[in-house]
Write a protein that binds this ligand. Structure first.
Ligand code: B12
Ligand code: SF4
Length: 482
């Protein structure tokens, strides 16, 4: 059996996007990949270890380049951990394009401690760009797609004297100087996960890794719970049917929602609350609220909270707006169901009021007036609202943006927060494919700009594919925030 260390690397942020040195505002969160992958490996009898460099060192920030700050444990802490745990294999999760460098650093440090340790990268971003990852000489393998189905086969093969990696689907690796890409298998049909909470939630010294004060999105999401309140995630389904052009995850996870079942999901919350003392929970599933099993989960939560009123649920990645409407009317029952289940902030993904760029909503069926009335109804229930907007779509005109911002502004008096982001083109999404094929930029230019701090939260004129001059775009968007 192998000794395996899973690394969640530090995070990089563009300081111009509001995360300045010393703020510690990186919002690390429990790694769902670590829960799933380590769960699988433990089941197979391997000795597992975990380090979350982002969460454990979240208050530690340093400038790495002009505007780029690194949040997380220093590399020497990783070196120490590797020396102490003596792994045969190091797993590094690579979810975000802007963190690519941190993944490479983790691989470099591992090989510095011992070149014999095998380094495997995986995750949404690694799956979209295996070749970029394997360009790093210290990454031996990339797992493509859902890792829990592949990882134990790969580790078994690494442990084998006569290795044949060619037979494992869903990996990319180097062989005699060549990169071999074994197409990923389709996603598993069912979602029946086992999460290893023990390994991920607690540090070696027994301390809880994810106190609520470091995981909350911002002040709006601050509950009135004590500082030591524990937080965790819940993840009940995979897949999203929406197909947004700027999304890099639905291609990977598929459009069909695979749900673990409402009862089972509720069982996770109960276990986390009763066994591990967790009170605050963040949803991480993309399509939460859409599937009938989510309604079953919410009903069960409502009943449970009568006995356990301390529990709070959040969905900081936002609910689809359309699930709040039924046949042209506000689904009041659903709002009340969320309230009873423990939500006190309703995060609404509007993205844009411009139909041209919004495939999630049909504004002929759900008008702006209806959305405004929904917000009023939610507020009447004593809940807070954070609406999420996205700007800077390819081809967007000043009139379109002004219309968008005008509408968002007229909600300002009702809602508590408007979160806005610039459209960022991620490898794997439709816009990226279009950008490469139509030569908006080259892959090399893209990588260079990432290094310079291309970010979701800061306009980069190189990636301004709208019809609006950068300065005007920035000014208009700045004025729309609360
Ligand atoms: C939770 C989440 C976060 C959390 C991350 C917490 C954490 N420690 O993981 C937080 C809040 C920190 C976060 C921040 C951001 N996020 Co985010 N986030 C997500 C979200 C909603 C879920 C990720 C997740 O847990 N998925 C569930 C797991 C099970 O799926 P998975 O990650 O793919 O993992 C599986 C496989 O990929 C693989 N795997 C994963 N890791 C590994 C490792 C190994 C070794 C192996 C073998 C396999 C493996 O196996 C896993 C199990 O099947 C995704 C959307 C999504 N659906 O993925 C966006 C997403 C990852 N985020 C995204 C973005 C853009 C951001 C932010 C920029 C947002 C912002 N405005 O600040 C920041 C970036 C922070 C930074 N600078 O690094 C984008 C990333 C796009 C990209 N290519 O870069 C995504 C894809 C959303 C989207 N649709 O665009 N995010
Ligand atoms: S709704 Fe979210 S997860 Fe679904 S396709 Fe759009 S961006 Fe991706």
């Amino acid at each position: 059996m192998a000794r395996i260390l899973f690394v969640n690397p530090p995070m990089l942020f563009n300081s111009e996007a509001g995360r300045k040195k010393g703020t510690g505002a990186i919002r690390p969160n429990v790694s769902v990949p670590a829960l799933l992958i380590l769960g699988k490996l433990k089941e197979k009898g391997h000795k597992i270890f975990f380090i979350d460099m982002a969460a454990e060192g979240q208050m530690h920030s340093k400038r790495v380049r002009k505007n780029i700050f690194r949040f997380g444990l220093e590399n020497k802490e990783l070196t120490k951990k590797i020396k102490k745990t003596r792994p045969d294999v190091v797993l590094v999760t690579s979810l975000f394009v802007m963190n690519m460098e941190m993944v490479f650093e983790a691989a470099d440090i591992t090989k510095k401690v011992s070149p014999k340790i095998k380094v495997i990268a995986g995750g949404g971003f690694a799956s979209q760009t295996p070749l970029w990852h394997l360009e790093n000489k210290n990454i031996d393998f990339v797992v493509l797609g859902e890792g829990e189905g592949i990882i134990s086969r790969l580790i078994r093969e690494i442990e084998n004297k006569k290795q044949n990696f060619g037979k494992i689907n869903g990996i990319a690796f180097k062989e005699r100087g060549k990169i071999i890409l074994n197409e990923k298998p389709g996603s598993s049909k069912k979602f029946n996960p086992y999460f290893d909470y023990e390994a991920v939630l607690f540090k070696e010294n027994g301390e809880y890794r994810y106190p609520e004060k470091i995981t909350r999105k911002d002040r709006l999401y601050k509950s009135n719970l004590p500082a030591k309140t524990r937080s965790c995630v819940f993840y009940g389904s995979r897949g999203c049917p929406m197909g947004c052009e700027y999304c890099s995850s639905f291609q990977r996870e598929g459009k069909k929602i695979r749900h673990m079942g409402g009862k089972k999901l509720f069982g996770q919350i109960k276990l986390l609350h009763e066994k591990y003392g967790v009170d605050v929970f963040y949803n991480q599933a993309d399509a939460f609220g859409l599937h009938k099993e989510d309604k079953i989960f919410l009903e069960l939560m409502g009943k449970y909270r009568k006995k356990k009123p301390k529990i709070v649920l959040y969905n900081p990645n936002a609910f689809f707006l359309r699930i709040f409407f039924n046949n042209g009317k506000i689904n009041k029952k659903f709002v009340l169901l969320l309230k009873k289940a423990g939500f006190n902030v309703i995060t609404l993904a509007i993205d844009t009021f411009n139909q041209r760029f919004n495939s999630k909503m049909d504004f002929k069926k759900i008008s702006f007036r209806m959305i405004k009335n929904l917000c009023k109804f939610i507020k009447k229930q004593g809940l807070k609202i954070d609406i999420y907007m996205m700007h800077g779509f390819p081809g967007e005109t000043i009139e379109e943006l002004e219309n968008d911002i005008g509408k968002a502004n007229s909600l300002k008096k009702i809602v508590d927060e408007i979160s806005t982001g610039f459209l960022m083109v991620f490898p794997g999404c439709s816009y990226y494919k279009k950008a490469i094929s139509e030569k908006w930029f080259t892959e090399e230019e893209y990588k260079k700009k990432i290094k310079e701090g291309y970010s979701f939260s800061k306009l980069n004129n190189f990636f301004n594919f709208t019809k609006i001059p950068a300065k005007k775009l920035e000014r208009l968007i700045g004025a729309s925030k609360i």
